[in-house]
Design a protein around this ligand. Sequence first.
Ligand code: GLC
Length: 390
Amino acid sequence: MENRLKWFSEARFGMFIHWGIYALLGRGEWVMYLERIPKDEYAQLAHKFRAEQFDPVEWAAMARDAGMRYMVLTSRHHDGFSLFDTKFSEFKSTKTPANIDIIAEYVEACRSAGLKVGLYYSLLDWRWDAYWKGPVNDPKGWGSFLEYVHGQLEELCSSYGRIDVLWFDGNWPYTAQDWRAQELLDKIRRLQPQIIVNNRTGLPGDFETPEQHVPWWSPPRRAWETCMTMNDSWGYFEGDRNWKSPRQIINTLVTIVSMGGNLLLNVGPRGDGSFPPEAVEILSHIGEWMRVNGESIYGASGAPFTSSVGPVTAKGRTAYIHALRWPGSRITVARVGNSVLSAHLLADGRKVKFRQEGDRVFLEGLPPAPPDPYDAVIKFELDSEPKAFS
Ligand code: GLC
């Protein structure tokens, strides 16, 4: 694995934040497009952007306490509103009553919390006619549009110190050539040699980005990260009550790690910058679980063992059996090609009795009730790195 990606694959869990002036309307980040709000009308929202409750230190603390190791914030989404003091646009957070360079404060807060710093950037911008007309129909306009896009990315990569992830989006429907993506990535890497970028410029970049799903049937053969919402929306959507349970999210995280990927879990702060209380609650439960079971996530990936209770993760000579469904007194782990030296529950540290026969390990005398409400993890110490029975 390339060294640049080392921290990323160890981290496994990050926080995505979609925030912009659309949050003031509370109907998601696509509201301008979906409700066909004219550019000038939409721009009025900037006058109402006060960010009264914006507290990036609090954001970072919530991410860290949930067990996340990095954050990715929308520096500019499709609506064109920049959360930083760009010289390429007047439609930005420093030209609002809030008058804050959100990105500057955010990167500072991430670093102080020991989190890696990620920036999302949408190549497309609905406010530019050239974006709609495209490079073929409006070569001149497209040229100016690209100066703006490339210029903003150069600003982001040179004004805020070290940036760890650039999370591109919105390259559709144009090609990497249209965006002059290679030139852009070269420039970015000159400014930030260690940076990693995703695959949404039309070029492969460093990692893949399955959206809203676990890539069951074809896990990428290189670094990947599923991004997922906590309800059904990225940007704050007041009426969206379809929150996932902490249990569902932990299940997804564990499954993704067992497949060698990362989870980037989204929060859509409200217009004032505060996290919705439902998100805070969910994060706190995930955090409780991560404090006890985090070692089965960080730096872990899959193991060739199988069990009916849930996936198995592993690192070094350790395997972790994730009991997402608690079967009562007995759990069977199969295809084990190692000798198991010891087994115990992460939830309370108690030793688990086991018997190994052929490729199967029978865990016995387990408590009838699940020792963890979401996922009780049983840790195996092995004689060598996990190998499938043959
Ligand atoms: C989709 C949405 C966009 C969101 C992104 C996150 O592409 O269109 O609004 O930012 O998903 O991956």
